[in-house]
Design a protein around this ligand. Structure first.
Ligand SMILES: Nc1ncnc2c1ncn2[C@@H]1O[C@H](COP(=O)(O)OP(=O)(O)OP(=O)(O)O)[C@@H](O)[C@H]1O
Ligand SMILES: [Mg+2]
Length: 613
């Protein structure tokens, strides 16, 4: 453009040149400032590349079969471990409190700072055989700061009875009554883990019948007042681990059942002392050192780092250290976990697909992106930055969680780097130009693009399931988030507009509706999205996929509604081959589908769950 303008200028005659010389100077100035801007952008891209380790990903992920085997071994070892240290007296005391005492419904609480092991202790008590034998039914619910009463009620009910469609569709008040009826006459134990507000008790207590059956509610909280509000009983204050317990926990994490070499013991104990008995810090530190060389020299370097930190602030800063110690290819994957709500059970598949869509995870010549993603997840688990919530039958991670303190760290660090913004309080203002946006609260403030610029966002996750998603929200997405690669909506919509086809960078689309929602069409424009890899839509009632689905050469994962049918492909082989498709779920298998498979229309197809004939 600039060159064309310069040539035009030269063609002008002298007077014209004179008249236009101001223009010319202006244009040159404009060009110079454009060049400076471009240089700045390039510098920023270069810095980001370094910061997020983009170039390293390919090198670092060049795992071979040997590496994969070692990972599997590590995974197995992990499964065999029983990592809980100490708490023998605490378990006994709490079990007694639950089993003995008043026949009325009673509330017992465990109090302590974050990362101290309240949930771990509660789980140990919950699984104690005497406790299990004593109660007729047991239920566990994670409450967290941003709880939704409906989700709490459903989670508790899920522990007691299968959730039918009818229950799912009940309004909250009826759910409360159903829960109460299911607990009536029974001796129940309910754990409410991680309560932050007294209000939750007010909202839910009437659902727990107060009879003379000896039922108990076990609460864990960081805040004593919250526990005292539900019961006047003295709370159980959890203590920090003593030196021996701290050392035992560190060794379990570090040496996985083997003993510590004698030349490292004294130094190791000094390092562990820096954690001041806080289990979360100990396991995170153990997770870091387990991956380092077990030598006096390496460990003594760490002792110096820890001492420095101890001087400045408290032991919780060790969590920050674990981030600094991450290889660059893992940093973005870890920070990105911050986009999920507190205490959320994260699907490993969703996490890895998001990472792939964002480009944090890349395949290598002999490993698929999904395999590399799984390795990364295991590495974060090994470093204790992520906890496993459930595993698949083959040992792989099915769901995981992140500890609140680590999540807080991701959000803080992510906001500082403009890596992500988690919007959980409608009163807080929004940061401009974030790279990733997670909205956990009401969206009306974010909806106005006048005061907020999300144009650089590469992913948008909306977790507010109360939200009534309408055409305004869609307009807001395709106008404001033009660069997004990943879109996750917790609330299903009644329709998806054809403008979805404008989001040309989209790689991941997941709409996680509930049974109230009924989406009855997917626009044909979806097939124009050239990079789309994942389409995952829950509770959708369409029967046919769009005709041009065969054009979607990048599609790897397709899961829509039960009983979906493939359209008849066009004539040419190329046009009718989904060459990257690996998972095609809930498909109606007809003679036509069988013929498509035999004709190798999905050469990489590995899974079709819930197929119907
Ligand atoms: N006694 C223990 N033995 C082994 N690991 C422990 C122990 N106590 C805590 N941990 C580990 O430390 C981490 C933090 O523990 P936990 O989640 O129970 O803390 P918490 O007190 O519930 O924290 P929060 O207040 O944030 O909910 C977990 O990964 C847990 O496995
Ligand atoms: Mg907890």
């Amino acid at each position: 453009m600039c060159i064309v303008e310069v040539i035009k200028q030269r063609r002008r005659n002298f007077i014209g040149e004179f008249i236009h010389s101001f223009d010319h100077a202006n244009m040159l100035h404009h060009a110079a400032s454009n060049i400076t801007n471009i240089k700045n952008i390039i510098r920023e891209i270069y810095n980001n590349r370094n910061m997020y380790g983009i170039e390293e990903e390919a090198e670092a992920s060049s795992g071979d079969a040997e590496q994969a085997y070692q990972l599997l071994e590590r995974r197995r070892r992990y499964l065999e471990e029983d990592d809980v240290v100490g708490y023998v007296d605490d378990t006994e005391t709490l079990a007694k409190k639950l089993i003995q005492g008043t026949p009325q419904r009673d509330v017992i609480s465990i109090i302590g700072m974050g990362g101290l092991g309240k949930s771990t202790l509660a789980k140990k008590v919950y699984n104690n055989s005497n406790v299990k034998n004593h109660f007729r039914c047991q239920a566990w619910v994670y409450v967290s700061q941003e709880y939704k009463i409906r989700e709490l009620l459903l989670s508790i009910l899920k522990c007691l009875i299968p959730i039918s469609e009818e229950i799912y569709e009940m309004p909250d008040e009826e759910l409360k009554r159903t829960l109460c009826e299911n607990l009536k006459g029974k001796r129940y134990l309910l754990v409410m883990d991680d309560i932050w507000k007294t209000q939750v008790w007010d909202e839910i207590k009437d659902s727990f019948p107060n009879e003379l059956t000896g039922s108990r509610i076990l609460i864990t909280s960081r805040i004593k007042e919250v526990a005292m509000y539900a019961s006047k009983n003295d709370p159980h204050f959890l203590r920090l681990l003593n030196e021996n317990e701290s050392w035992e926990l560190f060794c379990k994490k570090m040496f996985r059942g083997e003993s510590c070499p004698s030349n490292l013991e004294e130094l190791g104990k000094q390092i562990v002392r820096c954690c001041k008995g806080l289990p979360l810090s100990i396991i995170v530190l153990g997770g870091i050192l387990a991956l380092k060389e077990k030598s006096y020299f390496t460990w003594s370097k760490w002792l110096c780092r820890d001492n420095l930190i101890q001087d400045k602030t408290q032991c919780l800063d060790i969590l920050g250290l674990s981030y600094i110690d991450l290889p660059r290819y893992l940093r973005s994957c870890f920070l990105n976990v911050g986009v999920f709500p507190e205490d959320y059970e994260i699907s490993a598949r969703q996490l890895t697909k998001l990472g792939i869509a964002e480009g944090f995870i890349q395949g290598t010549c002999n490993r698929e992106e999904e395999d590399v993603a799984e390795d990364y997840l295991e590495e974060l688990i090994d470093r204790s930055l992520i906890q496993v919530a459930s595993r698949r039958s083959d040992g792989g991670v099915k769901t995981c969680r992140i500890h609140d303190l680590l999540r807080d760290f991701c959000i803080k660090e992510g906001a500082q780097q403009k890596f992500l913004v988690v919007h959980s309080n409608p009163k807080h203002s929004l940061t401009n130009k974030p790279r990733r946006v997670s909205i956990l609260c009401e969206t009306s403030q974010c909806l106005s693009l006048d005061h907020w610029d999300p144009s650089c966002a590469r992913s948008l996750l909306l977790f507010n399931s109360q939200l009534n998603f309408d055409t305004n929200h869609w307009r807001w997405i395709y106008k404001g988030f033009k660069l997004i690669r990943a879109l996750y909506l917790k609330k299903l919509v009644s329709s998806i507009p054809k403008q979805l086809g404008k989001l040309i960078h989209l790689r991941y689309l997941m709409i996680d509706g509930d049974k109230y929602d009924r989406l009855n069409a997917i626009p044909a424009s979806i097939c124009k999205l050239p990079f789309l890899q994942t389409i995952d839509i829950k509770f959708c009632v369409i029967n046919w996929l769009p005709k041009d689905i065969w054009r979607m050469k990048q599609l790897r994962y397709l899961k829509i509604s039960k009983g979906i049918r493939l359209p008849v492909p066009r004539i040419t082989m190329y046009e009718s081959t989904l060459s990257n498709l690996q998972v095609l779920s809930r498909l109606v298998v007809t003679s036509q589908t069988v013929s498509l498979v035999t004709k190798c229309r999905f050469p990489n197809w590995v899974q079709n769950s819930a197929a119907t004939f």
